[in-house]
Ligand binder design. Structure first.
Ligand code: AMP
Length: 485
């Protein structure tokens, strides 16, 4: 099948031809005609299937009729993270290069003032994270009553991040008559409820089994001791043993470990960058750009930060930790083997991971083979003094061992233990979603808003020409001005 059979406009087809895609992916072939026919679509698809173009291309065709009005966007795309939102914007820029459409991004960590002046000019495509979108709505600077198409992308990730109440609110603010395109890799009950409530007689398109892994990925388990230094050692060995490592993503379960593994790899001379939710937006973008441009070979990341990122041709995925949630495993290994390419995914497994591994194998429906001896048979690894430090110096505790101030580690493990008074169980703090739900976030101090309220002067081009404002009362046309406290 070719793109020309799907009903897309000539401008869109020309842009697609320029990208070099020769034929639509299965989700594109099935979804595009339905979107053009104005049907609601429920797409069950993981990232890497080409789902972004499956909604971007027909939306561009539909948007050729009509014009944006000030503060009333015509279409709205909701994304769970800033990175994903920025990625969708890139898709609109790439495929919409023959259109004169205004695309605006409403994401956290970016000035309100600039976003506000874009809204005032009139927006054809609004791409937003739920929290920042509702902030603008609450300030009265954004009206959702003109939305013709609503896209909810990565719905299951929205659920993980606690965004469902925000999504429900937004669905009630957009017109009842809008078209809804809804994408999720998996369909847990909360997501099914959302679909039943907000989609109208949707066409269901499922391009692969929910939570099934891409078949072009070779998956392997690697046994490791449970100590952090042992895991880092195994990881380094794996990376060094890769024949053709062009680039790879290393996933950690905790943000803290992302930073530790990143620093350790750098110390050992690997070209690595990190991506986790505690980094500021500039550092995240910079790391991602370096990795995309091939300036960094390895990206150490947490699940939320890396979810759905479009990084083409990732050859290797290393699960430094076995993921606690089986579905995260599928998403992680979905970073490789994309669009028909081959990839390798290694997962480090320790004795504490038995439950998580069983859940993963149950979800994907088969046992993952081991590279090297399976966990039970793996010989215990000897800790080499100083091997974890690039400069050869020993850490405090190990220096004591060398100087005879303590028993060698393995001896100590064999010695019978003194009965120990159990410490009270530590209550784990709940993991913080990287884009927190709005209700939990502190309000931004007003002074900052005032500073942001003065957007820089721009040259007038056809793309930023003032929109039709006749429908708005005068007070909505004034730029945001908040009194400094
Ligand atoms: P997505 O699932 O939207 O994240 O897309 C995954 C990757 O597939 C992206 O790098 C796209 O550029 C690429 N892609 C999308 N559509 C096609 C196509 N029809 N042929 C080849 N690659 C594509």
């Amino acid at each position: 099948m070719s793109f020309s059979e799907l009903g897309l406009s000539a401008k869109v087809l020309a842009a697609v031809a320029d990208t070099g895609y020769t034929e639509p992916t299965p989700i594109q072939a099935q979804a595009i005609p339905q979107v053009l026919a104005r049907r609601d679509v429920l797409g069950i698809a993981q990232t890497g299937t080409g789902k972004t173009a499956a909604f971007t291309l027909p939306m561009l065709t539909l948007l050729e009729q009509g014009r944006a009005r000030a503060r009333m966007p015509r279409t709205l795309i909701l994304e769970p993270t800033r990175e994903l939102a920025a990625q969708v914007e890139e898709n609109f820029t790439r495929y919409g290069k023959n259109h004169k459409l205004n695309v605006a991004l409403l994401i956290g960590g970016v000035s309100f003032g600039d976003q506000d002046s874009k809204l005032l000019r009139g927006v054809d495509v609004l791409i937003a994270t739920p929290g920042r979108l509702l902030d603008h709505v609450e300030r009265g600077r954004l009206l959702l009553s003109g939305i013709e198409v609503l896209v909810i992308d990565e719905a299951d990730r929205m659920l993980d991040m606690g965004f469902i109440p925000d999504i429900e609110r937004i669905c009630k603010l957009v017109p009842f008559t809008r078209q809804t395109l809804f994408f999720s890799a998996t369909m847990p009950p909360e997501i099914q409820r959302l679909v039943a409530q907000f989609l109208s007689n949707p066409v269901q398109i499922e391009v692969s089994k929910p939570a099934s892994a891409a078949t072009t990925v070779t998956q392997l388990l690697v046994a490791s001791g449970r100590e952090d230094w042992e895991k880092r050692d195994v990881l380094r060995g794996l990376i060094r043993d890769c024949d053709n490592l062009q680039n790879g993503i290393i996933f950690c379960n905790r943000k803290r470990d992302v930073a530790v593994v990143h620093r350790s790899l750098q110390k050992h001379g690997f070209n690595a960058v990190a991506l986790h939710g505690d980094m500021d937006q500039h550092a995240r973008t910079q790391a991602l750009d370096q990795f995309r441009a091939g300036e960094a070979t390895l990206l150490v990341a947490s699940d939320v930060a890396a979810r759905g990122l479009d990084i083409p041709a990732v050859g290797h995925v290393f699960n430094y930790d076995t993921p606690h949630h089986a579905e995260d495993y599928v998403h992680r290994i979905g970073r490789t083997g994309r669009a028909g390419r081959t990839g390798v995914a290694y997962t480090l497994v320790t004795h504490t991971d038995a439950k998580s591994l069983a859940a993963i194998e149950k979800l994907i429906g088969n046992a993952i083979p081991w590279q090297g001896p399976p966990l039970g048979e793996a010989p215990p690894r000897e800790k080499k003094e100083g091997r974890d430090r690039e400069d050869g110096r020993l850490r405090g505790k190990r220096r004591v061992e060398k100087e005879g101030g303590g028993e060698p580690r393995r001896e100590r493990e064999k010695a019978p233990r003194e009965p120990r008074v159990e410490a009270p169980a530590r209550v784990e703090a709940p993991a913080r979603a990287e884009e927190q739900p709005r209700s939990e976030r502190p309000r931004r101090p007003q002074r900052e808003e005032n500073v942001e309220a003065r957007p820089p002067r721009r040259e007038r081009t056809p793309a930023n020409e003032p929109a039709d404002m006749s429908h708005l009362p005068a007070f909505l046309l004034r730029p945001v001005r908040v009194k400094a406290s």
